[in-house]
Structure formats: structure tokens, C-alpha cells
Design a protein around this ligand. Structure first.
Ligand SMILES: *Cc1c(COP(=O)(O)O)cnc(C)c1O
Length: 456
């Protein structure tokens, strides 16, 4: 056994005091969000009817690179941060690679994923502004679980629309939300106009994030003192998640290394942005121009690798602002893969602009490769990864094996966004050979993209 340090932790007073707002330093800033009715560039005030004011302001802030983390939020972070940066010696050995592999372990948060970093902030701001009720959607249930806990901590009532297929596949995530005191409804439901319309068109609809978002926004608008909160995609969510990368930057320095590659799985972009933006800052300022940033998405929902950069809606019914992003079209129906958190049709506007400008890359990972990677990682490191995080592990393994072939020792940092202890049904199916790959043909993708021209 080696006696080298395996795990890097920061003392409490080194937990970041500010989040990093990459928008302020991007050379090409994201194009503006557009009002869904007028198609005019959105002002923060246009978002106030739906979101709390602090997050609305953060969403459109392209001038302040550093945003103070409120003391109450930082105080909650102290219950589980800093999260460990771990050198994955076990995985390196299993792969026989000269690469140095590190992972940032966000699975140690009380709810088991990175989602709590933004849930705490959003619940705090709602409370500050006198809001009593919040609504949201959840795919696999991690965001719902995080938001349920955060709402409880700050004394808010939460209603969650959970994508129906996940509601059925992952009943324990529903129980977790209910244990924290949230009200959970399977989406599409008959409780909203958006849900009714979708169920009328397709009574067997198993739901999508786009549809659950429509339902949650509709309920927020119909309820007094109620706002909507979102766990991914939007720029303010990625902003809150930069606490991950800011810690990792200090922890990598403790390890005496700087990453050649930063890798994260990609649903809407919040954990990817969270771990990578603080390092991308050094690519922008010219101090580390060679670092590669890789977003790992599922082959069955490949907006970054096969989508189109267009203005599109964030939800199925067209309630959200129009966002300039890589998208598969807001009517895209993803296959029922087990990485529920990665089944979203679009991508955040910041990440979309960065990809367009060649500052980052994307890789698409088939479902079986993700589970194979997850199993190898579990056996090597003792942690069962979330099916979402497994996409980052698979991309890391691809790169580590390339290092082996090329005989190069590169430093790879990936984000372990969550654990998969509540996803064992999916692992059971993988182990018994009942999982399959879903690959989309170009024709299928073109069919969904045909309707994307929402500005015409
Ligand atoms: C929600 C989720 C994701 C995907 O969302 P991003 O906003 O892209 O990070 C990834 N991993 C886990 C564990 C999640 O809960």
C-alpha cells in the first residue's frame, strides 16, 4: 500500500465566500434570453413573476465575476463542505493507466448529490423575499430530494412534479421527498392545463422534464406568494454550483497538480459548469490554455454532440423564455434510460456558447458503457455512482485508456455528482443483462429538430 495522500479536504474557513460568475469574463457572452411572447431580450424584471428576484438578477448578470455567498447559505454548506477531492488510485490501477485520476466527491452531501448546493441558495433567497410556497420539477428525483430538504430548512412549502417514468422506476426518491415534507405529483398530471393537454394527446405519456417544468411553472403562477425553482440549465444554478470547482482548484493545489482535463456528466449543465467554470477562467485569462473540458452526455439524449444551436423553449408547453442553446427540440422524447437526470432536451446558455466557441468538448456515452464504467469504478473505489455520474466516469476511462496507449501521464479531474444507492434497480437490470443501448438515427433527430424554429 502506498502512504501517499488520497483525500484532500479544506478547513471550514477555506470554503469559498463567493461564487464565480463566468458570464462576466467570457469574450463572447451568451446571447440574450428572449421573452416567449414578444421575442424581445429579457430583463430581470420579466423573470420576477416566476423566480425570486435575487436569482433573476444573477441569471442576467454579465458584469460581476464574483457574487458573495450569503452567510446563511455558507453556514449550511459547512454541514458537508468542503467535499473531498480523492485521488482514484484504485481506478488507475484497474485501468493500468499512467494518468493521474482525481474525483471531486459531491455524493457526500446529505441528500447524495451536488444538487443541494443550489437548492440551499434558492430556498434562502425565496425565504428572504417573503415567499411561502415553491414549486419545482424533478427527473430522477435528486433535485426534488435536495429542494425538499432545503425548503424544510428555510420553512417553505414545496410541491414537486416528478417525471412519471421516474416516479414509477424510483419510488424511494418519492419517499425521500415526502419524508422531508414535500408534496409530490407524477407528471404529466391532470392538475394543470399543460398536463391535461399532454395527457389528452397521449394518455400513456411517461413524462419528460420539459412537461414537468410546464406543470410546475403553471402551479407557481396560480398560487399566491409562490415561486418556481429549477435545479439545472439556468445560469444562476451553475453559478451556485461553482463552489465545487472553486474548492477543487484549492484541493488540486494541495495535491500539487493542475488538471489537463476536467470532465463531468451533462444533463442541463449545472455540475459540469460547477466543476469546470473556475478552471475555464484560467483558459480565458491565458494562464492554462491547454486544459480540455469534456461534458459527457447519454447517446440517447445527445443535444451537445448531435443537437442544433437555436433559440428554443426550456419546457414542452412554451412557458419559459426562449434560450439560445444546443437543443434536440422542446418536443424531444428521450428513451427511458436510467440516468433520469440526463434526459433533458436542451443545455444551459453559457455552456452552449462555450461549446460553440470551441472552449469545451462533448462526448456521447451509450447506456451500457456507462454501467460498465460504473461497475469498474464501484469495484475499484467502493462507491456506487449515480447512473448520471457514470457518464463522467465512462468519459474519464476513455481518456485514461488513451493516456495508456499514448504512454502519456495526464491529470484528469472528474466530478462524481452523486451516489447511486437509490438506483440499485437499474444496477440489477444491468447485472441481469436487461439493459440496452438507445441510439438515435439522424432521421429521428431531424424530426424533433424540425419544429425548433420557434422564432419563425
Ligand atoms: C441532476 C443530476 C445530474 C444532471 O444535472 P446537471 O445540471 O447537468 O448537473 C447529474 N448527476 C446527478 C447525480 C444529478 O442528480
Amino acid at each position: 500500500m502506498s502512504s501517499k495522500t488520497k483525500r484532500f479536504i479544506l478547513p471550514e474557513d477555506e470554503i469559498p465566500e463567493q461564487w464565480y460568475n463566468i458570464q462576466a469574463e467570457m469574450v463572447n457572452k451568451p446571447m440574450p434570453l428572449l421573452h416567449p411572447a414578444t421575442h424581445k431580450p429579457l430583463k430581470a424584471e420579466d423573470l420576477y413573476p416566476i423566480f425570486n428576484e435575487a436569482c433573476s438578477d444573477q441569471e442576467l448578470n454579465q458584469t460581476d465575476a464574483w457574487i458573495p455567498i450569503p452567510e446563511e447559505v455558507r453556514d449550511m454548506y459547512k454541514y458537508y463542505r468542503s467535499t473531498p477531492l480523492v485521488r482514484a488510485y484504485g481506478l488507475e490501477k484497474a485501468l493500468d493507466t499512467p494518468a493521474h485520476i482525481y474525483f471531486k466527491n459531491e455524493s457526500v452531501s446529505p441528500v447524495g448529490s451536488h444538487k443541494l448546493n443550489s437548492a440551499i441558495a434558492q430556498a434562502y433567497y425565496c425565504k428572504q423575499e417573503g415567499i411561502t410556497n415553491v414549486t419545482t420539477e424533478t427527473g430522477a428525483g435528486q433535485w426534488g430530494a435536495a429542494m425538499s430538504y432545503a425548503a424544510k430548512v428555510f420553512g417553505l412549502d414545496l410541491a414537486v412534479y416528478m417525471v412519471k417514468v421516474s416516479y414509477q422506476q424510483k419510488p424511494y426518491r418519492r419517499s425521500i421527498m415526502q419524508t422531508f415534507g414535500a408534496q409530490v405529483t407524477a407528471s404529466p398530471s391532470m392538475s394543470t392545463r399543460a398536463g391535461k393537454d399532454i395527457l389528452t394527446a397521449d394518455p400513456n405519456c411517461s413524462g419528460s422534464l420539459g412537461c414537468a417544468i410546464s406543470e410546475a411553472i403553471e402551479l407557481a403562477q396560480a398560487t399566491p406568494h409562490c415561486k418556481y425553482v429549477l435545479g439545472s440549465v439556468l445560469s444562476h444554478v451553475s453559478l451556485h454550483q461553482t463552489v465545487i470547482g472553486l474548492e477543487a482548484e484549492k484541493q488540486m493545489a494541495m495535491a500539487g497538480e493542475y488538471p489537463d482535463m476536467v470532465i463531468a456528466c451533462f444533463g442541463g449543465g449545472s455540475n459540469f459548469g460547477g466543476v469546470s467554470f473556475p478552471f475555464l477562467r484560467h483558459k480565458i485569462d491565458g494562464t492554462h490554455t491547454d486544459t480540455r473540458f469534456i461534458a459527457a452526455e447519454p447517446s440517447s439524449c445527445p443535444k451537445l454532440t448531435h443537437g442544433k444551436f437555436e433559440y428554443d423553449f426550456g419546457d414542452e408547453s412554451g412557458y419559459t423564455p426562449l434560450m439560445p442553446m444546443y437543443t434536440l427540440g422542446h418536443n424531444f422524447k428521450p428513451a427511458n434510460i436510467h440516468a433520469g437526470g440526463l434526459r433533458y432536451h436542451g443545455a444551459g446558455t453559457i455552456v452552449s456558447q462555450l461549446l460553440k466557441d470551441g472552449l469545451m468538448e462533448a462526448a456521447d456515452i451509450p447506456q451500457l458503457e456507462s454501467f460498465q464504467a460504473a461497475t469498474l469504478f464501484a469495484q475499484a473505489e467502493g462507491i456506487i455512482p449515480a447512473p448520471e455520474s457514470s457518464h463522467a466516469i465512462a468519459a474519464t476511462i476513455r481518456e485514461a485508456l488513451k493516456c495508456k496507449t499514448e504512454g502519456k501521464s495526464k491529470v484528469i479531474l472528474f466530478n462524481l455528482s452523486g451516489h447511486g444507492l437509490i438506483d440499485m434497480t437499474a444496477y440489477d437490470m444491468y447485472l441481469s443483462g436487461d439493459l440496452q443501448n438507445y441510439t438515435l438515427t439522424d432521421e429521428e433527430i431531424a424530426k424533433y429538430l424540425k419544429d425548433v424554429d420557434v422564432l419563425q
